[in-house]
Write a protein that binds this ligand. Structure first.
Ligand SMILES: C[C@](O)(CO)[C@H](O)COP(=O)(O)O
Length: 212
């Protein structure tokens, strides 16, 4: 999206996208702190929003990195807890149940994945490879990890200069196993393209109707 402000500040149902996600996390007792890596120039704005909406869980806004990966790495370095959940501010329709299911899942590393209801081929100019869609998942957040292991994987990736689009790929690259996949939801969309905002408003209205 070509925007003047980062996507997490866009409004859905009159509320910043970031707040939708924070509201779900805030009601979960087991979550003891929230760390938000943010671009330096947006820390103040993020803190203002947090103050305005008033959350019970301690929230720390820290300066993020150049990439998504670096920002997660900084967040991991900041937390003192053994298990971490990574979420994205731009997934407003995550549910409290999705966070709780992750927390109560026996596997120490677990992510959400959704089946892919269309064909994905490799190659952009000419087709290079056919992929079996029944073996693929659309990776979603939140994701739960053992902090020590994820931190180790981040340190290795940083030393080797490797960049991944999310943490399950990074973790898998170094540990090769041990990540359980829970079934994700079609509603847990990531606001990426302009059309996602329109879809988000529709989902939001459905939520409001459901809540009466
Ligand atoms: C983590 C993610 O949402 C998984 O679907 C996705 O990889 C994030 O991509 P982005 O380019 O950081 O938005």
């Amino acid at each position: 999206m070509q925007l003047d402000i980062p996507k997490q500040f866009l409004l859905i149902g009159g509320k910043p996208i970031l707040v939708h996600a924070l509201e779900k996390i805030d009601v979960i007792e087991e979550i003891k702190e929230i760390i938000i890596p943010s671009p330096k120039e947006y820390i103040e704005k993020t803190e203002e929003i947090i103050f305005h909406y008033g959350f019970a869980t301690p929230i720390y806004c820290i300066e993020g990195g150049e990439t998504r990966q670096e920002s997660v790495y900084k967040g991991l370095q900041k937390t003192r807890f053994e298990n971490v959940i990574i979420h994205e501010a731009v997934r407003p329709f995550v549910t409290v149940e999705e966070f709780k299911n992750l927390l109560h899942e026996d596997a120490e590393n677990a992510i959400y994945g959704k089946d892919i209801p269309f064909t994905v081929l490799e190659g952009t100019k000419y087709i290079e490879n056919n992929l079996q869609r029944e073996r693929l998942i659309n990776v979603q957040l939140p994701q739960k990890f053992n902090k020590k292991k994820l931190l180790y994987a981040h340190e290795c990736a940083s030393e080797e200069g490797l960049n991944f689009t999310e943490d399950a790929s990074l973790f898998f690259h170094y540990f090769h196993s041990n990540i359980k996949v829970l079934t994700g939801s079609d509603y847990n969309i990531k606001i990426t393209k302009p059309i996602d905002r329109k879809i988000a408003e529709i989902i939001y209205k459905e939520y409001i109707l459901m809540e009466g």
